[in-house]
Design a protein around this ligand. Structure first.
Ligand SMILES: [Mn+2]
Length: 318
């Protein structure tokens, strides 16, 4: 059984530790990984944190300079996965998790497949970073400004700046407590949440011009292609948050955003406002996520994908 005590015991006894998170990592994925990294360093450990590709806006996070693209060849004593709902989403680096002697899965996705030896999963938590605070406390970690900055980044980004439904009084209590570590909220908010890269702005313009309103304006649909990204010299993560543009329009319940990965493959981001469970929609197509934010991968042209998605989404519209 997974208890806080068992996690503490495994972390204390492990000599080599690897920290992993989901592909296309967001602020919560990177924030929780680096909060764990900085905390283990404080305990005198020397963990590897592996994030092969991530959005450069998160390079302000303490510890990001130590992020590795690959891990060691030898098996790790302990692998810790953060903010990841299934082994497959660990992508090409899941072997570090599978091969480790012991594994711990810390997450808040609704459909977590409990793929670790120990699983500390709380879908009620609006961010993995919020769960991590409890674990770090059990590990007796002093929340420094560095660790606090990583944790707050995860909470701010995964709650959309404290505006999503998962936010509770706990969230604000944790944040109030984090503030005592001397973190600069306005600075973190600006760097993690407000600033757009120029390429993101250019891609947003394209996506807005292509935006379609469907099902009486309850659904928006847009996409960007690889060619678009090449034209604006986009880098990893420059498509992030474009999906929000379609969500934040009066009368819209579901926003669909397609981001081309390969010739006929798109990554689909789904957002909803009030009642459609987009995690269920994404699960129909082999993906997953949260009730108001989810994703999956699909093959076909944007038109074909739009039709398939709409068939499922429209059954859920009021
Ligand atoms: Mn998360």
């Amino acid at each position: 059984m997974t208890t806080l005590e068992s996690i503490v015991e495994e972390v204390k006894k492990a000599e080599s530790i690897v920290i992993l998170t989901h592909e296309s990592p967001d602020g919560d994925a990177i924030g929780s990984s680096l909060a764990m990294y900085n905390s283990l360093k404080q305990m005198g450990k020397n963990p590897d944190v592996i994030i092969p590709k991530y959005n450069r806006i998160f390079k302000f996070l303490p510890g990001s300079e130590d992020i590795l693209e690959e891990g060691k060849k030898e098996k790790y004593d302990l692998a810790i996965s953060l903010d990841c709902g299934s082994m497959d989403r660990l992508n090409g680096w899941k072997n570090y998790f599978e091969d480790a002697k012991v594994s711990i899965n810390i997450d808040h996705h609704t459909k977590n497949s409990m793929f670790g030896d120990y699983n500390y999963v709380d879908p009620a938590s609006p961010a993995c970073c919020q769960i991590l605070i409890i674990i770090l406390e059990a590990l007796n970690i002093k929340i420094t400004k560095e660790i606090g900055t990583c944790l707050l980044t995860g909470i701010i980004t995964d709650t959309g700046g404290f505006k999503y439904q998962g936010v509770t009084s706990d969230t604000f209590q944790f944040v109030a407590w984090l503030l005592q570590s001397g973190i600069n909220v306005s600075d973190i908010y600006k760097k993690a949440f407000q600033i757009r890269t120029k390429a993101n702005f250019e891609l947003s313009k394209l996506a807005m011009n292509r935006m379609e309103f469907l099902e009486d304006g309850k659904v928006t649909f847009t996409y960007i292609t690889k060619q678009d990204e090449e034209e604006v010299n986009a880098e990893e993560g420059d498509h992030e948050r474009i999906v929000d543009l379609g969500r934040d329009i009066e009368g819209v319940e579901v926003a669909i955003f397609l981001h081309q990965k390969e010739d006929k493959t798109f990554k689909i981001s789904l957002r909803s406002n009030d009642y459609v469970n987009v995690s269920d929609v994404a699960t129909t197509f082999g993906g997953g996520g949260h009730i108001r934010a989810a994703g999956c991968k699909m093959s076909g042209t944007p038109e074909q994908i739009k039709t398939s998605l709409l068939n499922v989404i429209k059954r859920n519209l009021k």
